[in-house]
Design a protein around this ligand. Structure first.
Ligand SMILES: Cc1cc2nc3c(=O)[nH]c(=O)nc-3n(C[C@H](O)[C@H](O)[C@H](O)COP(=O)(O)OP(=O)(O)OC[C@H]3O[C@@H](n4cnc5c(N)ncnc54)[C@H](O)[C@@H]3O)c2cc1C
Length: 470
């Protein structure tokens, strides 16, 4: 189908002003935050050229667009904020980019039930602000809160600062409205608590726009706590701090925020900084005091030293700084396509695996040995949100020949090791183009079931093809 007739048909369906095939729009929405270096073997697939960008206003527009694309066998890539770091929102050749950015309404806030319904294209920051006006807040607070959308966060099952208290994004979803590949509109009943049968919500959580396009979601809204206390501790080495974290959770303490990690000292010849643990406790004044007291005793027993209030303040105030930088340098740039590429020229990768708590330190040792043998520098080790969520920030040393290709193989080994130890290769960013080749190894027979579901929910195979189930 040629681009002229496709654009004409979409304009007929959605109206003038809701469709564009301008070069500048195709460039702007022609990628996400996965750049060529981190993409490794998928780098060649970052240059797909979409035919048109379409901006639906409501679920009927989404439904009409999908039904049309199914009839014409044209791929559709749902697009939220374009901040995904795995290439999941990167278009394929001849695709329609379905940009949810104009579906950004607050549908309703139910203060009594503490739930809120939003259109899926709303920025997380705007959803949070809308709740703050009712003395409530959003339970998902990633670094990218100012730039990512609710639909994107659900579709990647993202993780944020308050995950220790409120869970990942998907844990907070109560109900959903979406359109399937052939345009059929489906809706789940937004009931908090238990349900029977299989949940419709889970079809769309973490499936990266391959089973349907989410138009609205009802999520839990959390009350602003009466009391809140933030503490931090420095540990002489990573392991002792990790053991303290493990003891905190074993004792049943439930911080809202838990963030731990160490870094290389810049120019320090491989020396590492002390590892720092940040904890936030919230609730009644008495429970916060008791929890802080107990967590402090545990940390001191594990050689922790209490950090200063100034360090804590800076940590919390700066938590969205990388998103503001990304917005300024890439999203607001006249040529986001070029800015994306240059921001990705930085030679590093970040891995976010989840493992049984009892195996995290063993896994870290294994990675340390493998990465040093391969000439890879670990800039940061960290644990975020749950003791199981373990991350590494790595870069190849300049002396290693064929750095990028060799790093790609090493990363695969590190991720396969996590799978072999009963873990998952990625806990918050999804799979996209970058990790699609490792999905089957992790899902096993679940992969064939997912592919059958895919054929049933998206019979023409138009929804974000070539990604997670390829
Ligand atoms: C500076 C920076 C910091 C980040 N920090 C974090 C962090 O702390 N935690 C974290 O988890 N991630 C983080 N990320 C990654 C990214 O912000 C998240 O993955 C986010 O959830 C993606 O949202 P988005 O709206 O940008 O989605 P997009 O990138 O537009 O899309 C992501 C996926 O969701 C699909 N999709 C989007 N909207 C819909 C919809 N309505 N229906 C169906 N499918 C849809 C897309 O097709 C794609 O597969 C960060 C990224 C950057 C650039």
């Amino acid at each position: 189908m040629n681009s002229y007739s496709l654009e004409r048909d979409l304009v007929e369906l959605l109206g003038r002003g809701a469709v564009s095939s301008d070069e500048s729009d195709l460039r702007r929405y022609g990628g996400d935050a996965l750049g060529t270096f981190r993409a490794f073997r998928a780098a060649g697939r970052l240059n797909g050229r979409a035919i048109a960008v379409a901006w639906p206003q409501n679920v009927e527009d989404i439904s009409k667009s999908l039904a049309y694309a199914s009839r014409q066998s044209v791929p559709v890539v749902p697009y939220g904020g374009g901040t995904g770091v795995m290439g999941a929102a990167t278009p394929l050749d001849s695709a329609i980019i379905l940009n949810l950015g104009r579906m950004d309404r607050v549908v309703r806030v139910d203060t009594e039930s503490r739930t809120a319904t939003f259109q899926s294209g709303i920025l997380l920051e705007d959803a949070h602000r809308a709740l703050m006006a009712h003395d409530l807040r959003l339970g998902h607070d990633p670094w990218s809160r100012p730039i990512a959308t609710l639909g994107g966060a659900i579709s990647t099952n993202g993780v944020g600062y308050t995950a220790s208290g409120h869970g990942a994004m998907g844990d907070q979803v109560l109900g959903m409205q979406a359109a399937l590949g052939d345009g059929e509109i489906v809706e789940s009943w937004a009931v908090p608590g238990a349900f029977f049968g299989s949940s419709l919500n889970h079809i769309f959580i973490g499936t990266e726009g391959t089973f349907g396009v989410i138009s609205e979601a009802t999520v839990a809204a959390f009350p602003i706590p009466i009391a809140r206390s933030m503490v931090c501790f420095d540990f002489p080495e990573f392991d002792s701090g990790y053991e303290a974290i493990s003891a905190i959770y074993t004792d049943g303490l439930q911080p809202t925020v838990m963030d731990y990690g160490d870094e290389l000292v810049p120019g320090g010849d491989g020396r590492r900084d002390t590892a720092t643990l940040y904890l936030v406790f919230e609730g009644s004044k008495e429970s916060v005091e008791a929890n802080v007291g107990e967590a402090t005793a545990i940390c001191l027993r594990h050689d922790g030293r209490r950090g200063s209030a100034a360090v804590i303040d800076r940590y919390w105030t700066d938590r969205h700084a990388s998103a503001h930088r990304y917005k300024e340098n890439v999203l607001d740039n006249e040529r986001p396509d070029l800015a994306r590429r240059s921001s990705s020229a930085y030679r590093m990768d970040y891995l976010h695996v989840a493992l049984p708590t009892g195996r995290v330190l063993e896994y870290r040792k294994k990675c340390e040995a493998l990465l040093s043998e391969e000439g890879v520098t670990v800039r940061e080790w960290s644990v975020w949100g749950r003791p199981e969520f373990f991350s590494l920030l790595i870069s190849p040393s300049d002396e290693v020949e064929g750095g990028g290709a060799r790093l790609a193989q090493t990363v695969d080994r590190v991720l396969r090791d996590a799978q072999a130890m009963g873990g998952t290769m990625e806990y918050c960013h999804g799979v996209g183009l970058k990790l699609a080749h490792l999905v089957e190894a992790e899902l096993g027979s679940g992969m064939a079931v997912a592919q059958r579901m895919k054929r049933s929910l998206d019979p023409a195979g138009i929804l974000n093809p070539g990604k997670i189930w390829s």
